[in-house]
Ligand binder design. Structure first.
Ligand code: ZN
Length: 141
């Protein structure tokens, strides 16, 4: 069985592990109009299992753009790269904030393909970052 329901305690653990933020775009769930999802990092359609080590807490936008993607062509090198894996990779290794903290920028091919595929700098997310910045709630610690 590759897909199963998560228990309440598993869901709570995942939200806590992500500090209540999308593990890709870093937007907090408290400021999202859509409910967050538990993204299968390695997709169910490719044999990914519903295990905590294969799940990421993701906003509806990031999860919707990611779908079953795992490999994407890096716009800089033209070579295929894996999408960022929140269970194996460090966010800070692959991404950094621009000086105004409104956009995510890629440090690596993994960062660049993830920004492109999941549209991490989409207008709505940047608008939320702008408001959270004013409130002192962005960037995340
Ligand atoms: Zn997101």
């Amino acid at each position: 069985m590759s897909r199963r329901y998560l228990t309440v305690s598993e869901r709570r653990l995942m939200v806590d592990r992500a500090k209540g933020r999308c593990e890709y775009c870093k937007c907090p769930d408290d400021y999202s109009l859509q409910s967050f999802d538990f993204d299968h990092i390695f997709p169910v359609s490719q044999g990914g299992l519903t295990l905590l080590e294969n799940l990421a807490y993701a906003c509806g936008g990031c999860n919707g753009y990611k779908q079953a993607k795992t490999l994407v062509i890096d716009p800089e090198s033209g070579i295929e790269a894996n999408l960022y894996n929140p269970r194996q990779d460090s966010w800070e290794d692959h991404f950094h904030w621009t000086n105004d903290f409104l956009e995510v920028s890629g440090n690596t091919a993994v960062g660049r393909v993830t920004i492109q595929a999941l549209k991490l700098n989409r207008r709505g997310v940047m608008n939320i970052r702008k408001l959270l910045l004013i409130e002192g709630k962005h960037p995340p610690n």
